[in-house]
Design a protein around this ligand. Structure first.
Ligand SMILES: Cc1ncc(COP(=O)(O)O)c(C=O)c1O
Length: 392
């Protein structure tokens, strides 16, 4: 049956997300997956007894459970974001992206993103029909020069950034870069959408303020999530923003799903109130730091002079540049034949003219150290095989 006349143009042109397409492989027991952005199952706390959370059975408030909002406000104050009067609890930070996109973007709007960037954010922006323009980025985030030029050229409505341990590149904005970006945002009065699901997973002694906390005169939205530190399956995230924006976001939230699942909110709230949260984060950081170091060792041992990468100071990913001429899509296909799943970098580039097939994103948080080593060894054979094919 031809249904093409039923779909609107944004939906009929939508590309599927490669990450989500590949996720079903990562659930097969014989595959070692470095592809997802998933926490280690063994470190996930047990759920509280649902019978203690019976209040969750009735409909709830659209902006979220009051107790959870208070816990989130406390977390945000610890990050230097205490200007917000309200917090909206969302169905993962992905819904925060959807809510802000629906509220501010339309067919004529341009949004600037880092290049590369989180591909599911681009999916959301495209669904709104927005024009996405990538800004070149280095190890400290967006290039200030390119940002300034693109602000001038495109007059964007908003800019989307992941300043802490970015997905996919792992970059972390320096304090200086944060200040420079904040000052340009204020000068041009452009909305900042700051996405921070990885900020708590920091393996070095760094504490940097959100860019949102530096803005005095221009608008900001800050998105957070419990997916990377607690239970991604529960889908609990949050957004904080200027007081003026919040009533509009609340209405969009209401129209979308009335409110976030109350049982999920209460489970998160129960854990945050149990006094175990900080200890839990400390444990995640200790284990993930060891895994990060194990991946760094394996990359050096098996692929040392063939690839380039930086050791990320936090988050979940290595962003690896392959040898000249080796395609990340081909590496993914060949590695999968050897039961190792990796994510090609190509889909993370948002603007077509900057498509780059030279990177892989490797997750180090989910698998154990032995499998990490085995997976990188297998990957090294695939990469070397493709390099030889190219030369030969
Ligand atoms: C940068 C970024 N933003 C948002 C999300 C979505 O997270 P959530 O599970 O909270 O919806 C992810 C998930 O991988 C992400 O990497």
């Amino acid at each position: 049956m031809d249904i093409s006349h039923l779909l609107n143009s944004s939906v009929s042109n939508m590309e599927p997300s490669l990450v989500r397409e590949l996720l079903h492989y990562s659930q097969q027991p014989n595959i070692i997956s470095l592809a997802g952005g998933l926490p280690d199952d063994a470190l996930m706390p047990a759920y509280p007894d649902v019978n203690q959370l019976l209040d969750s059975r009735q409909y709830g408030a659209s902006d979220g459970e009051a107790v959870l909002q208070q816990h989130i406000a406390q977390i945000l104050a610890g990050r230097g974001l205490d200007r917000q009067k309200a917090v909206l609890v969302t169905n993962g930070s992905q819904q925060g992206l959807d809510i802000v996109s629906r509220s501010v973007l339309d067919n004529s709007a341009t949004i600037l993103t880092e290049q590369p960037t989180y591909l599911a954010a681009c999916q959301v922006f495209r669904l709104q029909g927005a024009n996405i323009q990538g800004v070149t980025s280095d190890e400290f985030g967006m290039s200030v020069k390119d940002f300034e030029e693109k602000l001038e050229e495109y007059k964007p409505k908003a800019v989307y950034m992941i300043p802490n341990f970015q997905n996919p590149s792992g970059h972390c904005y320096s304090l200086e870069r944060r200040k420079e970006i904040a000052s340009l945002l204020e000068k041009k009065n452009v909305l900042l959408i700051e996405d921070d699901p990885y900020g708590e997973l920091c393996y070095e002694e760094i504490k940097l303020p959100p860019i949102s906390s530096m803005l005095k005169t221009s608008s900001w939205v800050y998105l957070g999530s419990f997916s990377k530190v607690l239970w991604p399956g529960l889908r609990v995230g949050y957004m904080a923003c200027d007081e003026e924006l919040m009533p509009y976001f609340e209405k969009v939230k209401q129209a979308t799903d009335l409110h976030t699942n109350r049982l999920a909110q209460m489970m998160v709230s129960h854990f945050l109130g149990s006094g175990q949260y900080l200890l839990h984060i400390a444990k995640l950081k200790a284990v993930y730091k060891k895994k990060r170091d194990a991946m760094a060792d394996a990359l050096l041992k098996y692929l040392g002079n063939q690839i380039s990468y930086r050791i990320p100071a936090g988050g979940m990913f290595f962003w690896v540049r392959l040898p000249e001429g080796v395609s990340s899509m081909l590496v993914m296909e060949r590695a999968l034949q050897e039961q190792v799943l990796v994510l090609p970098g190509k889909p993370f580039f948002s603007s077509d003219h900057m498509l780059d097939d030279a990177y892989l994103r490797l997750n180090f948080t989910r698998v154990n150290e032995e499998d990490l080593d085995r997976a990188i060894y297998t990957l090294s054979l695939v990469v070397k095989g493709l390099s030889v094919d190219r030369v030969g």
